[in-house]
Write a protein that binds this ligand. Structure first.
Ligand SMILES: *Cc1c(COP(=O)(O)O)cnc(C)c1O
Length: 424
């Protein structure tokens, strides 16, 4: 049993002492323990094992073996890493492959889906979706032709996914529904099975962007009968900046969907150099060009840590940590003008907690530059505290809240300009 909440530092230490994932923190490069990193939902920390793995790939596989390495494990790497990723996604090993970026994979799968839904001309999404996803869908609709349109369902507030409004918008014209499982601003998490069923009942396909969920909670793509999914590997998966993304295509769709960016790596036999494109069987057809081997090797190393920890345990700690931060907010931050902008119910919350404040942007700047606490900021007033259960401790959360209080009570934010820097 977890002892009842107390706002003192001793309570955080008690929770750390009971944490069965605590040993994973040592597996990451942490050169400055006073720097409280709460941005693992944007760029995960560097696992120690990744440093060794990359050194081996560079020196041994590239340096010594050179092109021979393609037949010694490189060619299959997108599938091999995809099969490990499938465990995190509740999918079969042959339903997930690593390729390109999340944005590019979204484009490929959305366009492929439109082509098998003839007569249906609408894509439905919501206005809380990640803007890059909206830009991609705008591009997909533009290319598909003037008959096609994107319906961006409005949300009543920034906090919760507009489930009712989506139910109203998904109809017999809808070819595809595209949603982000955990919303990047508030951390609201959709009930994947319910929304998927809603889409299927109307005859639409569904494509989930799992970027903000994968690695922080178990995902059950097969159990929910999800058609398509994409997601990012540099957030909770700790794959490194710009790491290759994954794409999932349910097995029964694989031979029916075509990759709109048909390149040689998705060709039936790339080294036959035939003049006409023939798609590879299975998921490989969704590859386009040569995969980035160094980047993929880094993803594989990070993934293994998560598999070792086990997603059920990761999720249990994540819920406990976000609950703890919400309790600290209520006790210590609400009186200073902070608003909770994440869902109260843990089943609808991902692994970050968002707090709003009228001086949000300047407080965020002061926190980073004077207090060595790293959250991130999303306009207009959202300070996001990303919690990565593999390396964040309860003591860090407690200490971050103390420093946040100091920024406000001592008005340390006042010297920062209201506009903020380019990357927040
Ligand atoms: C982080 C994130 C992305 C990132 O896309 P890139 O193509 O890697 O830049 C896309 N979608 C969502 C929902 C994200 O959270």
């Amino acid at each position: 049993m977890i002892p009842p909440f107390r706002p003192d530092a001793g309570y955080a230490q008690e929770l750390d002492a009971r944490d069965d994932l605590v040993r994973f923190r040592q597996q990451f490069v942490i050169d400055d323990p006073t720097y409280i990193y709460l941005d693992g939902n944007s760029l995960g920390r560097l696992p120690r094992v990744t440093v060794e793995r990359l050194q081996q790939v560079v020196e041994q596989e590239w340096g010594r073996r050179l092109i021979r390495s393609w037949n010694e494990g490189w060619f299959d790497l997108p599938e091999r890493v995809g099969a490990k990723m499938a465990v995190l996604l509740g999918a079969s090993p042959d339903e997930v492959i690593m390729a390109d970026s999340t944005s590019v994979n979204l484009y490929k799968l959305a366009l492929a889906a439109l082509q098998v839904q003839s007569g249906r001309t609408k894509i439905v999404t919501d206005e809380l979706n990640f803007p890059s996803d909206l830009y991609i869908l705008q591009g997909v609709v533009r290319l598909a032709g003037p008959a096609y349109r994107l319906e961006v369902v409005p949300a009543a507030d920034e906090l919760s996914g507009p489930v009712e409004q989506l139910a109203g918008a998904i109809d017999e014209e809808t070819a595809l529904v595209v949603l982000t499982h955990t919303i990047f601003k508030s951390g609201y998490t959709y009930d994947m099975a319910t929304l998927t069923e809603l889409a299927h009942r109307a005859g639409a396909l569904i494509l989930w962007d799992c970027s903000h969920s994968v690695g922080a909670m178990p995902i059950a793509l097969n159990a929910a009968a999800v058609d398509l999914a994409v997601g990012c590997s540099y957030k909770y998966l700790n794959g490194g900046p710009g790491a290759p993304a994954f794409l999932y295509v349910r097995r029964d769709w694989q031979e029916r969907l075509n990759n709109p960016i048909s390149g040689w790596m998705g060709q039936h036999s790339p080294f036959a150099f035939a003049l006409d494109y023939q798609p590879a069987p299975g998921l490989r057809r969704f590859l386009t060009g040569t995969p980035s081997i160094l980047a993929l090797a880094a993803v594989e190393a990070g993934l293994e840590l998560l598999l070792e920890a086990g997603l059920e345990r990761v999720r249990a700690k994540s819920v406990q940590q976000t609950e703890y931060l919400v309790a600290l907010w209520e006790a210590l931050l609400a009186p200073l003008g902070f608003r909770l902008k994440s869902p109260r119910q843990p089943e609808h919350r991902g692994s970050h907690v968002t707090l709003g404040h009228d001086e949000g942007l300047r407080i965020d700047q002061a926190l980073i530059h004077e207090m060595s606490v790293q959250p991130d900021f999303r306009r207009p007033d959202n300070i996001r505290f990303g919690i990565a259960p593999l390396y964040n401790t309860f003591t860090e959360l407690h200490e971050a809240v103390q420093r946040l209080r100091t920024v406000v009570t001592e008005q340390l934010y006042e010297k920062y300009p209201a506009e903020g820097p380019a990357v927040t």
